[in-house]
Design a protein around this ligand. Structure first.
Ligand code: THU
Length: 130
């Protein structure tokens, strides 16, 4: 069942714009309604201004109206098992839940499944800002 989410992430990875790092990354999420949103990393010549696959994915998700995120898959072309960077852990934690599944993938499929909560223990909570 989750293999199709991996495939969506891998399809997204093929669209990565990563001419500087040459490190394509893809990410995909599924909502409770079964909607799937994906994204790839996009780099620009001013290096710090590029952004991650997870960020592109979340942009598509937000613009489409959001929803409860049930699972997320991430894959990188040149890594046996990618884990999201710190900033993306925070982004994912804000839109998902601690028990949202996170599938860490290689180019063939899911290698390990963890949760957003396990990826970001003691993460910053924005509740006080509301
Ligand atoms: N990258 C992602 O897309 N997601 C991550 O979680 C880790 C890093 C991208 C950013 C940059 O385009 C490339 O990988 C190398 O850092």
């Amino acid at each position: 069942m989750s293999h199709d989410l991996f495939l969506a992430a891998r399809d997204a990875m093929a669209k990565a714009h990563a001419p500087y790092s040459k490190f394509p990354v893809g990410a995909a999420l599924r909502t409770a309604e079964g909607r799937v949103f994906s994204g790839a990393n996009i780099e620009i010549a001013s290096y710090p201004e590029g952004w991650c696959a997870e960020t592109t994915m979340l942009g598509h998700y937000v613009m489409a109206g959001g929803g409860d995120i049930m699972e997320v898959a991430v894959v990188a072309e040149r890594m046996a098992r990618i884990t999201p960077c710190g900033g993306c852990r925070q982004r994912l934690a804000e839109f998902g839940r601690p028990d949202t599944k996170l599938h860490l993938c290689d180019e063939s499929g899911i290698v390990e499944t963890t949760t957003l909560g396990a990826m970001l223990p003691l993460g910053f909570q924005g509740d006080v800002l509301k």
